[in-house]
Design a protein around this ligand. Structure first.
Ligand code: ZN
Length: 297
C-alpha cells in the first residue's frame, strides 16, 4: 500500500479496495477504509507518512470490505464517521449483512467471517446527496444506488470516487454475476455515470480512469444480458434456486463457498424482483413454492 497523489488535495491508496484521501492542509478525510484492522493500521501509517491527521471517514456503502477498517481508525484517531442512511444502520450493526444474506434469520456460522461481517463502527453523521462540508472543504455527495441500497459517491476537484458502481472486465469475466441489490437503480446509476463529466473516476475495485464510459458499458451490457438470460429461463416457471442453478451452469459458475452462494442468491433475487416490479415476470405459488415466470410483452 502506498499513496498516489492525483491533485494537490486529492489522492488515493490503491488496494483490494481503493481508499480515497482528500486533504486540506494537514487534515485528511478517507473515503472507505478497507476490509479489516490491518487495512486501518496501514492506512493510518500512510497518512502519518504524508504528515496528515485523520479527521473524517466517509463510507460509500455498508459492504464489509468498505468499512472494516473503521474500528481501528476510530479507536486510534478522532475521526468522525459519515455514512448514508440504511448503510449506516449496517455499519453500526454489521450482523445485519449476514442476516439479510440469510433471508432475515440468524446467520449460520459460514456467514460469520470478515468478508460479510465487519466489526461495528459508530456513525457520527448521516449524509444525504448534495453539498457536504468536512475538514473545511466543500464536497459533493452523489446518490449512486444499485450495487447497494444507498450507495454514495464523493466528488471533489472534479474527481469522483464512484465506489462499487462499476466492476472491471476481469472481475465481470471471472464472477459473471456482480453483486447488485437493486437492479432498477443500478441501471439508472450506470446511465447517469456515463453522462458525468469528471476529470477522473476512482472506482473502488479497479484502477482510476479518465474515461468511465467503456467500463459503464461493460457493466450495463452485463446487467442487460443477465436480465435477458433470466427471462429466457422463465419461459418455464422456475423457483429462485432453479434460476440460480441454471444460470450458474450457463455461465460456468462453480459455487463451492456457502457465502458465495448467498451473495449470488441475493443478486438473483434482485433481478427477479426487478422483473416482477417492472411487470416483466409474474409469481405463481404451487406446492408451497414460489415460481417465477416471464410475462409476454
Ligand atoms: Zn460493495
Amino acid at each position: 500500500m502506498d499513496y498516489r497523489s492525483v491533485t494537490d488535495n486529492v489522492g488515493y491508496i490503491p488496494g483490494a479496495v481503493n481508499i480515497g484521501v482528500i486533504r486540506n492542509g494537514g487534515d485528511a478525510l478517507l473515503i472507505d477504509t478497507g476490509l479489516d484492522k490491518e487495512n486501518g493500521r496501514k492506512t493510518l501509517r500512510i497518512l502519518e507518512e504524508q504528515g496528515l491527521k485523520l479527521k473524517a471517514i466517509i463510507n460509500t456503502h455498508s459492504h464489509a470490505d468498505h468499512f472494516g477498517g473503521n474500528t481501528y481508525l476510530k479507536r486510534n484517531t478522532e475521526a468522525q464517521v459519515y455514512a448514508p442512511s440504511i448503510e449506516s444502520g449496517i455499519i453500526q450493526n454489521p450482523l445485519l449483512e449476514p442476516i439479510y444474506l440469510f433471508h432475515g434469520a440468524i446467520p449460520i456460522r459460514n456467514l460469520h467471517n470478515k468478508f460479510v461481517l465487519a466489526s461495528p463502527s459508530p456513525v457520527d453523521h448521516i449524509i444525504e446527496p448534495g453539498k457536504l462540508s468536512v475538514i473545511g472543504l466543500e464536497l459533493e455527495i452523489l446518490a449512486l444506488p444499485g450495487h447497494s441500497f444507498n450507495q454514495i459517491g464523493v466528488k471533489h476537484d472534479n474527481i469522483l470516487f464512484c465506489a462499487d458502481t462499476v466492476f472491471s472486465d476481469r472481475v465481470i469475466d471471472k464472477y459473471r454475476i456482480p453483486v447488485v441489490q437493486d437492479v432498477g437503480n443500478h441501471i439508472k446509476t450506470l446511465r447517469a455515470l456515463r453522462e458525468m463529466d469528471c476529470a477522473l473516476f476512482v472506482p473502488a475495485h479497479t484502477k482510476p480512469t479518465e474515461d468511465i464510459k467503456p467500463l459503464v458499458d461493460k457493466n450495463l451490457n452485463t446487467t442487460n444480458s443477465i436480465i435477458e438470460d433470466i427471462k429466457k429461463l422463465l419461459k418455464e416457471p422456475k423457483t429462485t434456486d432453479q434460476v440460480q442453478s441454471e444460470l450458474g451452469k450457463q455461465y460456468g459458475l462453480d459455487l463451492n463457498v456457502v457465502q458465495q452462494y448467498y451473495l449470488i442468491h441475493m443478486t438473483i433475487m434482485a433481478y427477479l424482483g426487478y422483473l416482477y416490479d417492472s411487470k416483466q415476470a409474474e409469481i405463481k405459488m404451487q406446492d408451497n413454492l414460489l415460481y417465477w415466470s416471464v410475462l409476454d410483452s
